[in-house]
Each structure stands twice: as structure tokens, then as C-alpha cells.
Write a protein that binds this ligand. Structure first.
Ligand SMILES: Cc1cc2nc3c(=O)[nH]c(=O)nc-3n(C[C@H](O)[C@H](O)[C@H](O)COP(=O)(O)O)c2cc1C
Length: 233
């Protein structure tokens, strides 16, 4: 699957073209109700590491990717590619390569401090989610884009833009009833090789998507309260 480069042209260098934007203002009562509902729904989201192999409606995943692709991005450069991996053979290849890297990481490459930070999560080098979940979304950052003449053009704020898009992706998946995990095996170069991605793309994360297994467990974690994360000036 490759992004549709036929329909889309970069706006780089084009003049400013204003368009009217007049969304209907929401009544404050409705706004409050929606915010409270959304807060409660988002608080239910958990990172799932034990997936059922049951299939998911593929259009839900595509719609979630479409939501992610509405994210703001530096200079509107939209520096992301989402590779949807359904083929079980490719998922097995990704798992084998990821577990090779993770074994080195958990065997000491991460260092004591990092391993101590991971201990409460109960994770190890075995990554069953990569083959149990019915789909993986592998997110790539486009570090630069190539002009028609083959010249390399810089993308701005790539990390921030892709991070925001992935946040929106995880939210969309959750609010659509699917579970997900953001998995960042380190290093991730093998993903470009296995998925045949071009030079300008760098893997950002692998996101298994599916339903939690019937016996799924998650670490019992406590989130910071609003008071601990907000400063009002
Ligand atoms: C950038 C980033 C990288 C992550 N990488 C991994 C990972 O490689 N493996 C994993 O099991 N969880 C990974 N996580 C998931 C976190 O461990 C998880 O979000 C955190 O423990 C909080 O749990 P919650 O998502 O259930 O609230 C990652 C999360 C983020 C934001």
C-alpha cells in the first residue's frame, strides 16, 4: 500500500489562499456535556498487549487512519505514511525481527535505569501482539520530500507532527471500540526493510490493533490527576 501521490500536490511555494471558516458555535451546556463524556471515554483507554486474533472491521481502521491524517502538521506538510499490515506472513516477519532487537534491549542494551522504568509494565522481549493482533499500523515519518526534479526538500517539525497524528490515531481507534498498543522496538530500521519503504521514510512506531484477548490483563497504573498536570496562570 502506498500513499496516493497522484491526487495530492504539496502547497510549498504557493501563494496564500484564504477560505471562509464559520463553524457553528456549540452551546456551552452541550460543550460541557461533550467534554465530560469525552474525558470519561478517554480515561478508559488502555494500552493492550494481549490481543484476540478476531478480525476487526477494516473500515474502522481506515477511518481511524483518516482521522489521524487530519492532524495539524508543520507547514501543512503532512509528513506521515501509515502502512496497514494484514498479511500474517509479514506480521510474522516483523515479529521475528522485532524480537531479535528486543532480546538485545532487554538483555542489557537498555541499561538498568530504563529496565527499571519498564518493570512495572511487565513487558519483556516476547512480542506476541505482533502476530496475535489482526492488523498492524506501522507509522513512518517522512523526513523530507522529493520534488519532481528529484531535489530533497526539508519537512518541518516532523517528530511533533507525527506524534500528534499518532495521538489522534490512538484516540480514534479507542473511541471506535478497538484496542491498540504503541510499540517502539529500538532500533526500528528493520521495518523499512521488511515493508520496502523509501529512503525518506523513517519508522516511528508499530501499532497492533484489535480486540483485547478474553484473558487480557493490563498493569495497574495510576494516572496523574488534573491538578498534577495543569498550571493555570
Ligand atoms: C512513545 C511511546 C512508546 C511506547 N513504546 C512502547 C513499547 O515499545 N512497548 C510497550 O509495550 N508499550 C509502549 N508504550 C506504551 C506505554 O508503556 C503506555 O502508554 C504506558 O505504560 C501507559 O499505559 P496506558 O497507555 O495503558 O495508559 C509506548 C508509549 C509511548 C507514548
Amino acid at each position: 500500500m502506498s500513499p496516493d501521490t497522484q491526487q495530492w500536490t504539496p502547497i510549498h511555494g504557493q501563494p496564500y489562499r484564504p477560505a471562509p471558516y464559520r463553524p457553528e458555535r456549540m452551546a456551552s451546556g452541550e460543550s460541557l456535556a461533550r467534554a465530560a463524556e469525552l474525558r470519561a471515554r478517554m480515561d478508559e483507554r488502555r494500552t493492550v498487549r494481549h490481543f484476540s486474533p478476531d478480525p476487526v472491521p477494516e473500515q474502522v481502521v481506515r477511518d481511524a487512519v483518516a482521522c489521524a491524517a487530519t492532524a495539524p502538521s508543520g507547514a501543512h506538510q503532512q509528513p506521515w505514511t501509515f502502512v496497514l499490515v494484514k498479511d500474517p506472513a509479514v506480521r510474522r516477519q516483523i515479529r521475528a525481527a522485532a524480537e531479535q532487537e528486543e532480546a538485545l534491549s532487554y538483555d542489557g542494551r537498555l541499561g538498568d535505569e530504563w529496565l527499571a522504568a519498564l518493570r512495572p509494565l511487565g513487558t519483556d522481549a516476547v512480542k506476541t501482539h505482533l502476530t496475535d493482533a489482526p492488523a498492524l499500523i506501522v507509522v513512518f515519518q517522512q523526513r523530507y520530500w522529493l520534488g519532481p526534479d528529484g531535489a530533497k526538500h526539508k519537512h518541518y517539525y516532523v517528530d511533533e507532527s507525527v506524534g500528534i497524528a499518532v495521538g489522534m490515531l490512538l484516540s480514534a481507534l479507542h473511541l471506535s471500540g478497538l484496542a491498540a498498543l504503541i510499540h517502539t522496538p529500538s532500533p526500528m530500521r528493520f521495518l523499512s526493510r521488511v515493508l520496502g519503504r523509501p529512503e525518506n521514510e523513517k519508522a516511528f512506531a508499530v501499532i497492533p490493533v484489535g480486540y483485547p484477548a478474553a484473558d487480557c490483563e493490563v498493569p495497574d497504573l495510576v494516572r496523574k490527576s488534573l491538578d498534577q498536570v495543569i498550571v493555570e496562570v
